[in-house]
Write a protein that binds this ligand. Structure first.
Ligand SMILES: Cc1cc2nc3c(=O)[nH]c(=O)nc-3n(C[C@H](O)[C@H](O)[C@H](O)COP(=O)(O)OP(=O)(O)OC[C@H]3O[C@@H](n4cnc5c(N)ncnc54)[C@H](O)[C@@H]3O)c2cc1C
Length: 393
């Protein structure tokens, strides 16, 4: 079997790993990369066929880039055609404000996630795609995990399982101790990639259209394709007959030009985004990335949280491989809350503000006059070196 998961699943039957990582998004692939480079045997399992499209704004902020750099992957985004970001344009109710960004880059998730999985393989992780993992049984020594690829199913075992399976959180639902709750007010995510050659959307700018039914982000990624991602009120999506018409209406009402065919494009959706989980660890089991709870994409931090958590879980996995006990479990609970608590609170506050169209329009007018009003928040979202120090990386 090669690194891309081609080959016969049967060769894995009965294999034992130190760590099985479920999900090859930024959280899973970064964790696999970091563990493999320290000599841990790692199986990275991904249910989709790679490379795959993923609903996302595709913007890596300064913090995400600095975590990549700390992992020795500082050139990955540039090498794969990532577009450097220099500004953010907010549009609401026909008003616009443009603010400078101190850093960041836009790269499609198709390309970014595949490159990160390749980097994990280069460090020695085994990667298998088009393969769904399910937890079978927890024992004193670890977990039995079932792998299903098409008609074929095998069982493998691991001393530790990392759940990095994203918003659906299916893996952790199989573990008794977990509860996952979606907020009633949760927006759903939706996205599409279009080949829009129109000059209205320049490279290097994140455009955000805000309206009563949600918000839509548009950004040029590699190859000048236009990535569009939205957080939408599910009731409005139903009323309008799908995410496309709902997102197109928000863009038009905001005063931005709606790309041709936006309403009828082939949109993909996500489950409700605002989710909390009761815990992020259990017996020989740690949760990270969106699977550990997610707020909303309004601050564009999801990948930074996922990448940071993937690096931070490594010493805890090492301790767990040495000797797993209740204190190892609690260590990840504590560290994870420290890592994301304040940022998620900030994100929740901004998300609540975005649900008030008059407030957003007033803020857009104010920011149009004095863009510097946004710089403290933008600065926090793009902290690089300072955050790395804070994280003791
Ligand atoms: C509309 C929208 C816009 C966003 N914009 C941005 C942005 O601009 N910047 C930013 O930083 N973040 C953004 N985010 C957030 C970002 O997409 C997530 O935070 C990020 O993808 C989390 O990474 P992850 O690795 O935890 O999960 P994911 O990227 O979701 O990866 C999980 C992987 O697990 C796989 N999987 C699931 N179950 C199984 C299983 N049983 N077996 C095997 N594989 C499995 C899935 O196929 C998937 O590939 C946005 C999100 C949305 C919805």
């Amino acid at each position: 079997m090669n690194g891309n998961g081609e080959g016969n699943l049967e060769v894995l039957a009965g294999a034992a790993w130190d760590v099985i990582v479920v999900g090859a998004g930024p959280a899973g692939s970064m964790a696999a990369h970091e563990l493999a480079r320290l000599g841990v045997t790692v199986l990275l399992v991904e249910k989709a066929r790679f490379p795959r499209y993923k609903v996302c704004g595709c913007c890596l902020n300064g913090r995400a880039l600095s975590v990549l750099a700390a992992a020795g992957l500082g050139s990955l985004v540039e090498e794969h055609g990532g577009v450097p970001l220099d500004s953010f344009e907010l549009a609401a109710g026909g008003r616009k404000a443009r603010m400078r960004l101190p850093g960041g880059a836009a790269l499609s998730r198709e390309v970014f996630d595949a490159a990160l999985a390749d980097a994990a393989v280069a460090e020695g992780a085994r990667f298998i795609s088009e393969c769904r993992a399910t937890l079978k049984e927890g024992t004193h020594a670890g977990w039995t995990v079932a792998l299903q690829q098409g008609e074929l199913s095998v069982e493998v075992s691991a001393r530790i399982v990392l759940a990095a399976d994203g918003l659906g959180q299916r893996l952790l639902r199989a573990v008794d101790a977990f509860e996952s709750q979606a907020a009633e007010s949760a927006h759903i995510g939706a996205g599409v990639m279009v080949d829009d050659g129109a000059a209205a959307y320049g490279a290097g700018v994140i455009y955000m259209a805000a309206g009563a039914a949600g918000y839509v982000g548009l950004v040029r990624v590699e190859g000048m394709r236009l990535n569009i991602a939205a957080a939408l009120d599910p009731a409005v999506v139903r009323e309008r007959g799908g995410p496309g018409p709902a997102a197109a209406a928000i863009v038009e009402e905001s005063g931005l030009d709606a790309p041709d065919g936006l309403a009828g494009a082939n949109w993909r959706g996500t489950p409700g985004m605002m989710r909390r989980v009761s815990r992020v660890s259990a017996h020989r089991f740690f949760v990270l990335g969106d699977a550990a709870g997610y707020v909303e994409p309004c601050t564009g931090e999801g990948m930074a949280w996922a990448l940071s958590a993937a690096r931070e879980v490594v010493p805890i996995v090492f301790a767990a491989l040495e000797n797993f006990d209740r204190s190892t479990e609690m260590a990840w609970e504590r560290r994870y809350r420290e890592l994301t608590g304040r940022a998620q609170w900030r994100c929740r506050t901004i998300a609540a503000g975005l649900r008030r169209p008059r407030l957003v329009k007033a803020a857009t007018v104010a920011l149009g006059r004095v863009p510097a009003l946004a710089y403290p928040v933008i600065g926090r979202l793009n902290l690089g070196v300072a955050i790395e120090k804070e994280m003791h990386l």
